[in-house]
Design a protein around this ligand. Structure first.
Ligand SMILES: Nc1ncnc2c1ncn2[C@@H]1O[C@H](COP(=O)(O)OP(=O)(O)OP(=O)(O)O)[C@@H](O)[C@H]1O
Length: 547
């Protein structure tokens, strides 16, 4: 019975939250003290309270189960629950109202997260009915107006974790469910920044997938390498509501006065740890200063901009930046929401940028289902070992990482000479060449994509079943981001590092730092053969995994 009440409660929560927040859509959101108190509890299971539902005083004082939705603004009452539970039964519910602090928040569908009905229909149409863990936690927290840092392992659905609440609040899906037509005076309400063109175009595609072909003009890409005057023309003509781009191009067009983001309500920094690197510093400073800032000739008050930072790895620098860029940002992970202070207190974020903190972040970013191997060979035999590895694992979609762009072409040439369809992806390619290469790889026309670190950040090719390090990654974070290109959203995936004898100690160091077994193997007669006692270790490890 209680479970049924919970279920109905969640559904009404979604509606009441939605109705409620719709009314508050333009009013000031701020973290209610009560909400902070909830989430600063221990790092226990995710509860209604921890994602912002539930106000004890309303329950204990009146002993009546009111809609579980924290007052986002004092004095604003949430609509009381219009439950369908028969009167007699309601008595029972009144007798033991659900305590939001202990009621587990374990939504099974998107409809329990407070997204707009129109958006839910679209997700259904796209065959997306089940939120991932990080989406279940991030979506209600963002809908409640909080600044957040979203951290979850690669391929766990972080893009939708921020896109869906934004599309629920701005653009045609929000207006459509108000029954209003699309208003004429559209301004840029969300700015999404990412470090690479590929990731930028991928985010645009994910947004277009949800918005549908009739709303293609709502999102505009502003990535480097594309034709700037065409982008400026599109901004003027289409009046997009969401822009997605790389820091340099966004800052450049903003400085030219052709990009007006002072009214933007959302700023998303995807792969934020990369965006903090030195070469983006100036552009990022401009973006942070302008997005969601009223023009100087009006009141220089900042609109209620929500700042959303996203990455699989959240080193201390991100933590420090988040404090300065946001208001009481919350650390959102799969099944947990923590304030930064309690994250530090619980040791889940180290205050010092020590290597252990960075490695900890890398460990958390690794998809759990991956199998890791390494194979020793001579430098001149690396490409042939790669060929044998691809055949032994029978991989159909392989991403190969190298550290220097000039080596990529040579590797592609050698693979093609051995009958494997391959192509290189790197920054020197034109936008068209990169797009075509990615399209051919995703369609399966190309079996191997040889690339470097930056082009691959956030790259999402669900079919990728093998990642090969032909050059060693520089540290555990790079290893983790490379590995995360496979095993997307819980799929199986293998990671093979091909190195020379003198480099074996580096692999062993990565194995210790990441706390994962990386099995020594070789590829003979079309098989992956484990070295000496690795077989036993692998059996133990797989038993461990299956437990
Ligand atoms: N709830 C869902 N149900 C089904 N598929 C989903 C869901 N959420 C996301 N996906 C798909 O899973 C894939 C990975 O999502 P996404 O790229 O957002 O992961 P990520 O965590 O951002 O990865 P990375 O850290 O590499 O950027 C995408 O193809 C996306 O369309």
């Amino acid at each position: 019975m209680l479970a049924l009440c919970c279920k109905r409660l969640y559904l009404f929560i979604g509606d009441s939250l939605h109705t409620h927040t719709r009314r508050l859509a333009h009013s000031k959101f701020h973290t209610s003290i009560r909400f902070q108190k909830h989430i600063d509890r221990d790092n226990g299971p995710l509860t209604l309270a921890k994602v912002g539902f539930g106000c004890e005083t309303e329950i204990t004082k009146n002993k009546k189960p009111k809609a579980f939705a924290a007052n986002l603004e004092s004095g604003v009452k949430v609509p009381s629950i219009k439950t369908k539970i028969p009167k007699a039964k309601l008595k029972q519910v009144e007798k033991n109202p659900i305590d939001p602090n202990s009621a587990p928040f374990a939504p099974k569908t998107f409809s329990e997260l407070g997204l707009s009905p129109h958006l839910l229909e679209t997700l259904e149409r796209e065959g997306l009915s089940l939120p991932t863990d990080v989406q279940s936690t991030a979506i209600p927290t963002i809908l409640r107006g909080h600044d957040v840092i979203i951290q979850s392992y690669t391929g766990s659905g972080k893009t939708f974790a921020y896109l869906l609440p934004i599309l629920s609040r701005v653009g045609p899906l929000k207006e459509a469910q108000n029954g209003e037509g699309v208003t004429e005076t559209r301004c840029i309400e969300a700015v999404i920044v990412c470090p690479s063109r590929e990731l930028g175009m991928q985010i645009v595609r994910e947004a277009e997938k949800i918005l549908g072909p009739q709303n293609r003009k709502v999102v505009q890409q502003l990535v480097g390498g594309a034709n700037r005057s065409r982008q400026e023309e599109a901004l003027r003509k289409n009046k997009p509501i969401i822009v997605v781009g790389t820091p340099g191009r966004i800052a450049e067009i903003s400085a030219s006065g052709k990009l007006h983001t002072h009214g933007s309500r959302f700023l998303v920094l995807d792969e934020v740890d990369q965006l903090l690197s030195f070469n983006f510093r100036e552009d990022m400073h401009r973006i942070l200063e302008h997005v969601g800032r009223a023009r100087s000739n009006t009141q220089a008050k900042r609109v209620e901009r929500q700042t959303i930072l996203v990455s699989a790895t959240v080193p201390f620098a991100v933590l420090r930046a988040a404090r300065g860029w946001g208001r009481d940002p919350l650390l959102v992970r799969a099944k947990t929401v923590l304030s930064l202070d309690s994250a530090l207190a619980l040791g889940s974020l180290s205050p010092s940028p020590s290597s252990s903190a960075i490695t900890q972040a890398a460990i958390e970013s690794l998809p759990p289902s991956l199998k890791h191997y390494y194979c020793i060979t001579k430098l001149q035999h690396k490409v042939d070992t790669l060929r044998r590895c691809v055949h032994a694992i029978n991989a159909l979609s392989v991403i190969v990482f190298m550290n220097h762009t000039k080596q990529l072409k040579d590797t592609v040439f050698k693979l093609e000479a051995r009958g494997i369809k391959a192509a290189a992806l790197h920054g020197d390619l034109s936008k068209l060449e990169r797009g075509t290469t990615l399209k051919n790889f995703k369609s399966g026309e190309l079996r191997v994509l040889v690339t470097n670190e930056l082009s691959a950040r956030g790259l999402d090719v669900p079919e990728c079943d093998l990642v090969v390090n032909l050059d060693l990654p520089t540290d555990s974070v790079h290893y983790a981001h490379r590995a995360g290109r496979t095993g997307r959203l819980g799929r199986k995936g293998s990671v093979v590092t091909i190195c020379e004898e003198p480099e074996e100690f580096v692999v062993k160091k990565l194995e210790r730092q990441l706390g994962i077994p990386i099995f020594a193997c070789e590829f003979t007669e079309g098989q992956l053969v484990l070295q000496n006692n690795e077989k036993k270790v692998l059996e133990q490890a797989s038993v461990g995994n299956s437990l």
